[in-house]
Ligand binder design. Structure first.
Ligand code: HEM
Length: 464
């Protein structure tokens, strides 16, 4: 490439879409890094549904209109892949696992993993998720009276344990602290790398690269241990060699150990950060709205049998509406990115190959033209059939829809059931809503202190 061609490639591509100038971006630099959610909200308010950012090379667009979002993620998905900074950063931790990979390996891995998330599997592992919730509650909520607890930390523990038991039939107990530390350090680094404006060479001994190496080593050790444990387990007569959960499916699939490792790390990170964040915000909303909380408790208590991972589908409409509304207000996956591999049209504008599309469920879920009083917690809106569904994508859309969606929703119902059966959730005296912080998922900045008070009730069915 000649110098002139290089300079040309550094120039933003002009496509006539409004947006902040380089000067605006330089002035907003700190606030973008500190609070990207507010920044994106302001940009959308100011420039509308299609916004262009001043980056070198092909355009970078914030895409807000639900029809355009559907085009990128669903109808035109074949030409909008994951070759983006966001997924390159994630890939430094997970390798080319299911979440970060693109065609052709993606489709093969998705087919391999899919049976582990089928309904029969979820029904079969309901007891394990219930035990993970019960053990977490029992071991961490020991006070006989009201206690202020960081619910975010509690939900991380339960979330990780539930993923381990549901997908790897493994009690991660011995590894839990190590895994939590490693995956939260890794998640933190992914966010840093994703926001970095400087090229990040993997081999340079920068503090971030060194921390990443330590976190990766920890994740490698635990996943290698999980694989070795499973391989040393004898196959029951007539049984499937390594079992029919996700770990067994992957080990019997012909993937290399590195590929299996990548999928395990992907599931650990994608599967517990998101569920923990969703449960944390749901519990906060229920602490603020005691009527809604009592209604969830009553609905779950009226079930004739212990709640299962599939119960969210039609047996607990109110609980499910509460979860849907919490995921609308606090979608853990606050940004989804794609890059086009050919010229296309988005929002009526011709865009060249290489265009980056940034989609924020956080913004789409706050559209006043779809959601009345978008900032208000109102689960009732989800009791109306089809309400707002066109502008709702907590689990993404199209072929890359979250593979763990049913597991996540089921897990949330089960954890709410176990916690609300034994505890009342209230606000501490000096309550102030923690600010949402956009990490790998949207977490409450500084944790979520809520007051948990044991309920003086007789044991419920399925308890103990
Ligand atoms: C409330 C909880 C969850 C939320 C909000 C959530 C959200 C999402 C979103 C938005 C995507 C699409 C990303 C994109 O299109 O770029 C996704 C994909 C994915 N999620 Fe989830 N997720 C949750 C729980 C889980 C769980 C429990 C697991 C597994 C244990 C999981 C594993 C994955 C994987 C592997 C993908 C990539 C799927 C593919 O591309 O084929 N997620 N998730």
């Amino acid at each position: 490439m000649t110098v002139t061609e290089r300079l040309e490639a550094m120039r933003p591509t002009e496509i006539g879409v409004p947006g902040p100038t380089s000067g605006d971006m330089a002035r907003a630099f700190r606030s973008v890094r500190r609070d990207p959610l507010t920044f994106l909200g302001r940009v959308r308010e100011h420039y509308g549904d299609l916004v262009s950012f001043p980056v070198p090379g092909p355009p970078a667009l914030l895409v807000n209109d639900p029809a355009d979002v559907r085009h990128v993620l669903q109808t035109g998905a074949r030409h909008w892949g994951k070759h983006t900074v966001q997924y390159a950063a994630l890939g430094r931790v997970t390798g080319p696992g299911l979440l970060a990979s693109s065609e052709p390996s993606w489709i093969e891995h998705r087919r391999l993993a899919a049976p582990a998330f089928h309904h029969e599997r979820l029904a079969a592992v309901s007891d394990r998720v219930r035990s993970a919730a019960d053990d977490g509650i029992r071991s961490r909520l020991t006070s006989p009276g009201p206690t202020v607890v960081d619910v975010s930390s509690l939900m991380h523990h339960i979330g990780l344990d539930a993923v381990g038991r549901a997908l790897f039939a493994a009690d991660l107990g011995g590894h839990a602290d190590d895994l939590l530390r490693a995956s939260s350090a890794a998640a933190d680094i992914v966010v840093r790398l994703g926001r970095s404006i400087l090229p990040t060479n993997e081999w340079l001994p920068t503090p971030t690269n060194l921390r990443l190496r330590v976190a990766r080593r920890r994740l490698d050790t635990v996943t290698a241990q999980l694989m070795a444990d499973r391989r040393s387990r004898p196959t029951p007569p007539g049984g499937i060699p390594h079992g029919d959960d996700l770990l067994g499916l992957l080990l019997d699939s012909g993937l290399t150990d590195d590929e299996v490792r990548d999928e395990l790390v992907t599931m650990v990170i994608a599967g517990h950060e998101t569920v923990a964040a969703s449960l944390t915000w749901t519990l906060m909303l229920l602490a603020e709205d005691q009527v809604a909380q009592e209604r969830v408790r009553a609905e779950l208590a009226s079930l004739p049998a212990p709640v299962s991972l599939l119960d969210h589908r039609d047996r607990v409409p109110w609980t499910r509406a509460v979860i849907d509304e919490a995921l609308r207000l606090f979608p853990p996956a606050w940004v989804i990115s794609r890059r086009s591999d050919r010229d296309d049209v988005v929002g009526g504008v011709e865009v060249p190959a290489g265009t980056l599309a940034i989609i924020s469920p956080w913004l789409v879920h706050r559209r006043a033209d779809t959601w009345a009083d978008p900032e208000v917690f109102r689960p009732e809106r989800f009791l109306e059939p089809g309400a707002g569904r066109t502008a709702y994508l907590p689990f993404g859309q199209g072929p890359r829809l979250c593979i763990g969606r049913e597991l996540a929703l089921g897990e949330m119902v089960v954890v709410l059931d176990r916690l609300l059966a034994t505890h009342h959730v209230g606000l501490p005296d000096d309550w102030r809503r923690p600010a949402p912080e956009a990490q790998v998922a949207v977490h409450p900045r500084g944790g979520m202190p809520l007051e948990l008070t044991p309920l003086r009730r007789g044991a419920r069915r399925g308890d103990g």
